[in-house]
Every structure is written in C-alpha cells, then in structure tokens.
Design a protein around this ligand. Structure first.
Ligand code: ADP
Length: 440
C-alpha cells in the first residue's frame, strides 16, 4: 500500500481509538482532548522529520540517511537510492571522461580545444610537443598570444570556411613542418588538429630530387648516344667502316651505362619494396666470397692484386638472401677496384667477431675519401667526384644498394678512409645471421 495512505489510515485509526479511550476515561473532554492531540502530535512529528531531512541534506556527502518509520522511511529510502544512483552515474561519467582523455592522448596527432575566445582549454601531449607549448603553463592562455605567425591567425579566422589545412612553421618549434586543421564544434569551441609532417616533407623533397637526379643521369649518356649515332649516320658516305664502327661502339658504351643505371634503380626499388629476406636461406660464405673475388678480378683485368682472407678454413654460413648479399659484397669489391690505381692491393676478408657475429670487409690502398664525405656516401647519387665516378663506370647507387641490403640483414656498414691512403668498408652481421659451416 502507498505509505502516505497507510500513514493517514494509521493516524485516523489512532485518533478514533484514542478519542474512544478518552471518552471512556474522561467523557466528552477526554474525547475532544484525544481527537485533537493525536493529529497534533502526528503533525509535530512531520516537522521533526522535515528538520532531520534538512540537517541531512546539508551534512557532508556520504552521511547516512536518518532512520525513520512509516512514510518517512519511504522518503529516506528513496533519497538514499537516488544518492547511490547519482554517485554511480558520476563515477561512470568520470570513468568515461578519463577513457576519452586517454584515447585523445594516445592519438598520433596533436589535439587542442579552444573556447570562443581562442583560449586553450585542453591539449594532448602531441599538440604540446608539435607546437612547442607547455600543458602546465599554457592551458588558459590565448593561442594567438603563443603562436603569433600571421598566417596562423588568419587561418583561425577561417574556421567555418572549410579551407584546406594550413602548412605552418612556427618559431616555437623551429625545424618542424606542421599541418594544422580546424573544426568548430559545440558552443563556439574549436578543435585544432596538428600533425608533424617534417618527415613527409623530407620524403617528398627526396622523391623530387631523386626523379631530377635520375632524369639528369639518363640525359647525359642519352645525349652522347644520340650524338655518336648521328655522327655515324652523317659519316656513312665518306668515313671508313672502322670509323663508323668506332662511333657505334662509343654509342653502345653509353647505352650500356644507361642499362647499368636502370638495373641499379630496379635493384634499389625492389630492396625498398620487397619483403625482407627469409632467415632460412643458408648462404655458403666460402662460395660467395670466391665468386665476389672472381668478379672483382674480372673488373680489374689484372691491374690489381686481389687477396681473399678468412679467419678460419671453414667460413660460416650466412642466413639471408644470396642474391642481395652477392650484390652488396660485389659492389664494395667493385668500388675498391674502381677507386684504386693499378698495382694497388685489395683485400677481401671475412672474420668472426667476439659477440658471435661476423664481418665482411674490403680494404684497398686507393684514392681514399675525405672525412666530410663519409656520412653521405650511402645517399643515392652521392659521389665525391662526379666525373671520376662516371669515368669509372659508376652509377652513384652502389653504396645505397649496399646500405639497404645490410639493413635488411640487420647488419651495419662502417667506413674508415683517408685520402691518398685507401679505404676500408666493413659490413658487420649479428650472431643470429651466422651458422657454423663447412668449406666446400
Ligand atoms: P659510384 O657508382 O659512383 O661508385 P657508389 O654509391 O658505389 O657510387 O659510391 C659513392 C661514392 O663513394 C663514389 O662515387 C666514390 O666517390 C666513393 N667511393 C666508394 N667506394 C670508394 C672507395 N673504395 N674508395 C674511394 N672512394 C670510394
């Protein structure tokens, strides 16, 4: 039954019983006294309960609800249930908020919330790092007081105009290229997204430079080829067969250079895009080293002394890609031949290291390389002396290929060189790529 109705019925019942008892004890006066005093007592009890309720509502959160009976018991129970429920809802909301905050922190992009006055309300760590700001001091500051670049301020004015993202370089974080995007949302607030695109821009520049380099590298031999072919055509009537053959041979030589360049480009491209070599392919180093030595001797045509040294009679097995390793080792040996004067000694060497790994090195007594060039040698098309490289039949891609192959085998390249004295290029392989092997 409804507790109010139950309480009302109880009062009526008590009043009737009390009045009857009063009339039985003290006649009419007793009846009137009881009929008035019982509802009055009940009425006063209500004030007392209201007083307890007020005291409870002003008490600290978590104070237990007062105990009561009858309708007030139902009131206090309902209040207690509501209190419990709202603290559950609050806890849930705090949890959700925390989850949302963590998700926003984990975003790979910088996120910032600006209010209608462009004051920073919140930002994640990426935004802090990209824009060179500090969460501890800059929250609550106006973004336009911190990032003052005019193009940024203009861009903020265009928040509702659906404009393309802004590329920005800010003095607060020099050297970083940023991409800023804005989106307005509830109550005039603006969401500012910031992404660090320095690396992407570098890649785009590298790609542009690469295309320009390739075109340039192909253009020169192509022009020379056309020149020789045209000269041969012009000379058809009056030049000797030998002269014409000479022009055509020179044209063929240039064509071969272009072919070599394209082969290197294809190798480089497959090294960049193909899956890394499997660990399963066992490469017999003994055979590979002999092959590389033979190739170097072929290139040298007897002009150099080429020596192969191994620290044991049974060089180990290298786990990796035979094709890639041969290309890297042959490139190093080929460079030693091409950049060493006739009569120079070139040593190809395999030796184990103390960690259980091993290394292949090529030492020459050639022209050597000045220290400032060494860090850039593995860049595509980087040459110390462009003319000399071209005369030596180089494409400028050899060491870039070596670097990629070694990276794919978790190996490192070390270059030690001194101008006029010679160079040593060493590739060090980690222990997990080496297995005991036998000379066959
Ligand atoms: P290239 O086809 O021009 O030889 P690489 O990438 O193989 O291209 O080498 C880059 C540059 O490094 C070469 O142009 C040359 O200047 C220098 N270089 C490489 N190996 C040697 C070496 N053994 N001795 C001297 N210079 C070298």
């Amino acid at each position: 039954m409804n507790p109010i109705i139950a309480e009302l019925l109880l009062v009526i019942f008590l009043t009737i019983v009390g009045a009857l008892a009063g009339s039985w004890v003290a006649g009419q006066h007793g009846l009137v006294f009881m009929a008035v005093s019982i509802p009055l007592l009940f009425f006063l009890r209500q004030f007392w309960q209201i007083q307890r309720l007020i005291r409870w509502t002003t008490a600290p959160l978590g104070t237990p609800t007062p105990s009561a009976s009858g309708a007030w018991c139902a009131v206090f129970e309902a209040l207690e249930w509501r209190g419990r429920r709202s603290s559950q809802v609050r806890e849930q909301a705090t949890l959700e908020l925390e989850r949302f905050r963590r998700a926003a922190e984990a975003l790979p992009e910088g996120v910032m919330i600006l209010d209608g006055n462009r004051t920073i309300e919140w930002m994640n760590l990426h935004a802090e790092a990209c824009l060179g700001l500090k969460v501890s001091t800059d929250i609550g500051a106006r973004i336009t007081h911190l990032i003052r670049e005019p193009e940024f301020i203009d861009y903020l004015d265009k928040v509702n105009q659906n404009v393309a993202p802004l590329e920005l370089r800010t003095g607060r974080n020099p050297g970083r290229a940023l991409l800023i995007q804005l989106a307005s949302f509830a109550a005039g607030r603006t969401l500012l997204l910031v992404r660090d695109v320095t690396q992407l821009q570098k890649l785009a520049t590298m790609r542009r430079d690469f295309v320009a380099n390739v075109s340039h590298e192909l253009k020169t031999p192509l022009t020379v080829t056309i020149g020789f072919v045209e000269t041969a055509i012009d000379a058809l009537g009056d030049a000797s067969r030998e002269e014409i053959a000479g022009y055509l041979a020179a044209a063929a030589e240039q064509a071969r250079r272009m072919q070599h360049l394209i082969e290197d480009l294809l190798t480089l491209s497959s090294l960049e895009t193909d899956a890394p070599p499997p660990f399963e392919e066992p490469v017999q180093l003994a055979g590979l080293l002999m092959e590389v030595k033979r190739e170097a001797e072929n290139l040298s045509q007897g002009a150099h002394r080429i020596v192969l040294e191994t620290d044991s009679d049974e060089p180990p097995v290298l786990l990796g890609s035979m094709r890639e390793l041969r290309s890297a080792f042959a490139n190093l040996a080929g460079n030693a031949v091409r950049y060493s004067p006739p009569g120079a000694t070139i040593t190809l060497r395999w030796a184990a290291d103390s960690r259980g790994g091993g290394g292949f090195s090529v030492t020459d007594s050639g022209i050597g390389i000045a220290a400032e060039h060494i860090p850039r040698l593995t860049e595509r098309f980087y040459r110390v002396d462009r003319g000399r490289s071209r005369d030596a039949g180089g494409t400028g891609l050899g060491l870039a290929i070596v670097k990629h192959v070694l990276e794919r085998h978790q190996a490192t390249l070390d270059i030690v060189s001194e101008p006029g004295k010679g160079s040593c290029f060493s590739a060090a392989f980690p222990p997990h790529r080496i297995q005991a092997g036998n000379f066959s």
